[in-house]
Ligand binder design. Structure first.
Ligand code: GUN
Ligand code: FE
Length: 468
């Protein structure tokens, strides 16, 4: 590829290379990158790198490459419900909207058909890595893994562990043993798939859906196999937290429940974390677990506003925070929506509390709006780190997998100058950089799947508006 390339550096900065050459090897990994190549030097650079015969794609004005989005938390079987039930808060929403829909996935053929649509929609939204919850059904979860595998998306697929359900008597596993047997079966099934883009994830749905026996056995599995990711919900809603305290009075906090059963580890993805106490934050930091920030869902189900700045300042494992769509708590399949709501959430917190919300004098993020660089980081590299893939995906660097989006802002405005897309590569590099900054910000805040022309995973184009 020759053209503008953008890639996250950290929470405060990103790289924007207006005339970059990025070469992807046949194995789907990035072979080499030259950051600034004038058109007159292009041929020489290709020859020097031994890539003169490479299949060559020159980006057009208004196009750029971005690392693919990482969705650290979503529920595939809830996509058919998207946009409904906004009058509820969490527990009533689970009871009246979510569990009745999930129950229908007992029908494997319904599951397979639905998941094909779901996964296609999520890929075309620009998500190259996705952490999926399925339902409690083994066969339907295998169907989800099959569909994701066939589509070529990078993903974690988990079957919900739920041997307790006080909200819906018909949607529950018979006992802990059955839940574990199906979990083991699924893990073996996914690990036997021909390529390893799809991986299993232990999915104790939340503390309220699991018996102590089940939590304990799942924790044993997590401890015995450190390569297994764990995903669950935490501190999402006040009523939920109260119910957890009532159910586990022997534990000092919600986080302490997971910790007691060895489910709070380096490979744990905790969704929401809206109402974490200081003690919980300290515990999570010590255990090096990551957080999936799901701002759309947190707004939509009236759960609260997660103070992401506080998490970032407290260095949850080197700032292990990503974004999650949490469909259908959230009403969008796109991480772009999460970026927007993460930004709005940070500003809404400020309106509530003013700048004195800064609890630490050395605060870097708390009490401030999240900037573009932070948003991009959460959506890509931060998310990759949360699910243990930070050394493989989330940014563009040699050796990283080419999981990428070819973004175009060409088509979205009648007058290309509105988007600042003119990109005469002979312009000064600084001016080109400013144009690219502006294209990125506008894409993040106003773009949609029409602007995502191609979606690549491991070097292979698997979706996007220009795919097929
Ligand atoms: N807590 C337990 N299950 C769920 C779910 O499906 N969605 C959300 N947002 N929270 C949960
Ligand atoms: Fe969720």
């Amino acid at each position: 590829f020759y053209g503008p390339v953008i890639s996250s550096k950290d929470l405060t900065a990103y790289h924007a290379w207006p005339r970059c050459v990025l070469c992807v090897g046949a194995d789907g990994h990035i072979a080499w990158i030259e950051h600034d190549v004038a058109p007159s030097d292009l041929q020489t650079v290709l020859e020097t790198n031994g890539s003169a015969d490479a299949n060559f794609i020159e980006l057009r004005a208004g196009e750029f490459l971005l690392p693919g989005f990482v969705d650290t938390h979503t529920h595939a079987p809830q996509v058919p419900n998207i946009g409904s039930g906004q009058q509820y808060t969490l527990l009533e929403w689970l009871q009246h909207v979510t569990f009745p829909m999930e129950e229908q996935f007992a029908d494997v053929s319904f599951a397979h058909t639905s998941y094909k649509d779901v996964v296609r929609r999520i890929i075309d939204s620009g998500t190259t890595t996705c952490c999926y919850y399925s339902t409690l059904h083994l066969d339907a979860t295998k169907a989800l893994a099959d569909v994701v595998h066939a589509a070529g998306q990078r993903a974690f697929v988990g079957k919900c562990n739920m041997d307790v359900n006080d909200l819906c008597a018909t949607y529950v596993e018979s006992d802990a043993a059955a839940s574990l047997r199906d979990t083991d079966n699924l893990i073996a099934y996914i690990r036997a798939l021909p390529h390893d883009l799809v991986r299993p994830v232990l999915t104790p749905r939340f503390a309220l859906s699991c018996s102590r026996q089940l939590l304990s056995a799942l924790g044993e599995r997590a401890r015995a196999d450190r390569s297994l990711l764990v995903q669950t919900h935490i501190d999402e809603n006040i009523g939920e937290i109260q119910a957890v305290h009532n159910t586990f009075p022997e534990c000092s906090s919600y986080a302490a429940v997971y910790d007691k059963y060895n489910l709070l580890g380096q490979h744990t993805v905790l969704a929401h974390a809206v109402h974490l106490t200081d003690a919980e934050l300290e515990l999570i930091k010590e255990r090096r677990s990551g957080v999936a920030h799901c701002p759309t869902s947190n707004f939509n189900l009236n759960s609260g506003i997660c103070n992401v700045g506080r998490l970032l300042d407290n260095g949850i494992n080197a700032r292990l925070v990503g974004l999650g769509t949490d469909i259908s708590g959230g009403f969008s399949t796109s991480i772009l929506t999460e970026i927007r709501h993460a930004s709005i959430a940070s500003k809404a917190l400020l309106m509530h509390t003013g700048s004195e919300s800064q609890r630490h004098t050395d605060s870097t993020f708390e009490g401030k709006p999240l900037g573009v660089a932070a948003c991009l980081h959460l959506a890509t590299l931060g998310g990759a780190r949360v699910c243990g893939l930070g050394e493989r995906v989330g940014k563009f660097a040699p050796g990283y997998a080419f999981d990428a989006l070819l973004v175009s802002v060409r088509t979205d405005a009648g007058n290309p100058r509105l988007w600042g897309v003119e990109q005469d590569r002979e312009l000064g590099i600084k001016r080109l950089g400013h144009i690219l900054d502006s294209m990125l910000e506008r894409f993040l805040f106003t773009g949609d799947d029409r602007n995502i022309l191609r979606v690549y995973v491991q070097g292979k184009c698997i979706g996007g508006a220009a795919w097929r």
